[in-house]
Design a protein around this ligand. Sequence first.
Ligand SMILES: *[C@@H]1O[C@H](CO)[C@@H](O)[C@H](O)[C@H]1NC(C)=O
Ligand SMILES: *[C@@H]1O[C@H](CO)[C@@H](O)[C@H](O)[C@H]1NC(C)=O
Ligand SMILES: *[C@@H]1O[C@H](CO)[C@@H](O)[C@H](O)[C@H]1NC(C)=O
Ligand SMILES: *[C@@H]1O[C@H](CO)[C@@H](O)[C@H](O)[C@H]1NC(C)=O
Ligand SMILES: *[C@@H]1O[C@H](CO)[C@@H](O)[C@H](O)[C@H]1NC(C)=O
Ligand SMILES: *[C@@H]1O[C@H](CO)[C@@H](O)[C@H](O)[C@H]1NC(C)=O
Ligand SMILES: *[C@@H]1O[C@H](CO)[C@@H](O)[C@H](O)[C@H]1NC(C)=O
Ligand SMILES: *[C@@H]1O[C@H](CO)[C@@H](O)[C@H](O)[C@H]1NC(C)=O
Ligand SMILES: CC(=O)N[C@H]1CO[C@H](CO)[C@@H](O)[C@@H]1O
Length: 686
Amino acid sequence: MLGLTTSTVVLAAVVTFVTAQLPPTPSSWPHDYPGKPSGDYSPEWQSYFEVTESLPGIDFSLPHGYAGNIDVNRPGHPNNTLFFWALEKENGSLTAGADERSDVPWGIWLNGGPGSSSMLGFIYENGPIRVGPDGSPSHNEYSWDNVADYIWIDQPVGTGWSTTDSDGYVHDEDEMGRDFMGFLENLVKVFPSLKTRPLYLTGESYAGTYIPYIMKTYFGLSDPPVNIVKFAIGDGTVGSEATCQMLPTVSILETYPQLIGYDSEVFEWFREQEHLCGFDLNLTYPQDGHFPNLQIANPTDPNRAGFVGLAERKTLRNTMTRLAVGKSYTNTGTHAVRALEARSDFERHSANADASVSPRTEGGSAVVKRDLSLRTNGTIDSWYGCYLYDEMLEYALNYSYPWNIKGNSQTWEGFDPYQIPDALDPESPIDGRSFFNDPQTRAALHAPTSKDWTGSIIYPFLGDPVEGIDPSVEPMAFLDDLAANASIHNVHVVLYSGNDDSLLAHRGTEVVIQNTTFGGIQGFTRRPSTPWYDDAGNVAGVVHQERNWTYVLVEGAGHLIGYNSPPKAFTLLREFILGNNQTGLVSQVGGQVDVLGGEDAALAVDAIPGTSGIYVGSVTTQSTVEYPAATVAAWESYIATATATVISNAVKGVETKQNGATGFRATGTAVVLVGASFLVSLLACA
Ligand SMILES: *[C@@H]1O[C@H](CO)[C@@H](O)[C@H](O)[C@H]1NC(C)=O
Ligand SMILES: *[C@@H]1O[C@H](CO)[C@@H](O)[C@H](O)[C@H]1NC(C)=O
Ligand SMILES: *[C@@H]1O[C@H](CO)[C@@H](O)[C@H](O)[C@H]1NC(C)=O
Ligand SMILES: *[C@@H]1O[C@H](CO)[C@@H](O)[C@H](O)[C@H]1NC(C)=O
Ligand SMILES: *[C@@H]1O[C@H](CO)[C@@H](O)[C@H](O)[C@H]1NC(C)=O
Ligand SMILES: *[C@@H]1O[C@H](CO)[C@@H](O)[C@H](O)[C@H]1NC(C)=O
Ligand SMILES: *[C@@H]1O[C@H](CO)[C@@H](O)[C@H](O)[C@H]1NC(C)=O
Ligand SMILES: *[C@@H]1O[C@H](CO)[C@@H](O)[C@H](O)[C@H]1NC(C)=O
Ligand SMILES: CC(=O)N[C@H]1CO[C@H](CO)[C@@H](O)[C@@H]1O
């Protein structure tokens, strides 16, 4: 495939590649372990699910837990089950009786995909086990079961250790929601206190699609099986692909100007493209009227006909249906984000046709740049169309140090869409197969023997029999309705984002919030700019809360927040998800607006600068690349002017509304460097 040059042939190759990777839809079913009760689910099943045997390589004590498969009650599909692994906060807290502990919270964690196992979260993010790059497990003291009884669930059916017959994979998100409710009905028969105890439904990435659909199903039930009080989505796919992935490009560049070598000309060029594509939405607080339904303009270059064809076949449009397969996809053992990969694959093979590329060397640090003069001249780039994210990645891999040296533009290794400053090549693997498929683990967790565990599959949605892509509309399309239901049922909402995530960057989440009416007003009424702090007392990002919606930006973490920073993820959970910490809460006190924890003008910006260092090395960080101080300084003075309008407007708003309250820092793009050394040490020990 690498030798192919004409676009038509490449298109065929790419499509074959994508189709060929669609997994068959095998059947699987739960395994009957000794002592399985015969009747309907009941507390009698607790001892069947109890995890009593030790797990391989675990030389520390794990919280008391329960695991196994539970039916989803789908008519005609008796083998359709979800797999769960539940951990008790205290011994006996999950096995409480029906009327006990009625105000004690419990939580559910869902990874995304679609097709990613939540066991990945268990061993790489927020569970008590952390599997290292060499496959050996160590203890994560920031496991979420320290805050509440927590249950990691593999879903939809067929994902991870969840089972389904080959005709039983979900057709769409509505079926997913019904399956999930069926599972919960049975789960609460086993653990009766869970029926009434407050449930916090949490997840990440494509769970940004699952969770709103689960909530929609839940709100449609007159007698729901559980009592959901809050849902929280991290780096989620709530908006469309245009909103979540293309629109944030300029704010990503502002966060990590290293991606364009701190080059203001290139930045201006991207800003022009952003404007031409209609992605320069102006967020106002509050927002007045819905944003348009953004479209991604296709390339117009005749040589890109294949790309356009690919886009029209939805293989590209629904990139996010395949996103979270991400790092864990085990075919290559690297972080191939598959649809992105397919897309980039096409471009890479055709890129030599791009005559305007003229690398040059600067300053001895292997910086090259593309000559953009005359490239577009006020029009949408004919080569990329409005696939701005793709253009940004390609630009970095081709021209920006260190990606242009360390990255492999054939395989995309060396660029981590999940965590921008991570330029490790190869990546630290996220796998877990050897741990979960160990017979000892399998038996201890009462896992199926009819299949092997894999971290991610390309989920085959039966509603799209040709390509298996999720046919359901993005949750943004019904978010006003969902928010109204949430208000009626007093369900609180938390949306959080890692500042270093490029795949589903925080700007997209902010657009989603400003495009939603909750508590009778569209969007937040004030720009988020209140700092929150980690347990060491360092600024950890921005928090903002209004009318039972909370937004949290986490600095020093990417797409997988618990992976990058277990302590920050833990504090986030304890304070803002499970907890009711009111930092960032806007309230009216005698006609005066008050924001708990204050507002910091330096945080009232489109983009908070990321870390200055880019981590390079093989599997673990060997060194950190920083651009020359003069380059950075020049950029800072440029960007302060370039974004001055936005910043001063924001601050003016704050001052007016606060009636002269003090405490605002000077305007400008103060660099908030948080957690650089912390991150390095984390990666080094990961
Ligand atoms: C936890 O409770 C179970 C019964 O539910 C009991 O068998 C076990 O010994 C207890 N473990 C600890 C550490 O107390
Ligand atoms: C369901 O599982 C059983 C094994 O328990 C298997 O024999 C049967 O073929 C499965 N049914 C389907 C429809 O896959
Ligand atoms: C809102 O709740 C109604 C039931 O009151 C339900 O029919 C509808 O599907 C729900 N919609 C969403 C998006 O939650
Ligand atoms: C946002 O505001 C800028 C400056 O006023 C304007 O040029 C741009 O067109 C606006 N964007 C949209 C999508 O309206
Ligand atoms: C804004 O919300 C409307 C529906 O209320 C939707 O049609 C539109 O696509 C959304 N726009 C963005 C940019 O999210
Ligand atoms: C760019 O556009 C301007 C008018 O908008 C035109 O005068 C100029 O010739 C164009 N340059 C090129 C190289 O096409
Ligand atoms: C927010 O939640 C509180 C209690 O949890 C409730 O009293 C209040 O009405 C809710 N506010 C809105 C705007 O939904
Ligand atoms: C709320 O969270 C902040 C973290 O930003 C922390 O500093 C503060 O102590 C918390 N407040 C309470 C009451 O726990
Ligand atoms: C993907 C891409 O743009 N590749 C190009 C990067 O730059 C080198 C050197 O100029 C070209 O040979 C590649 O085609």
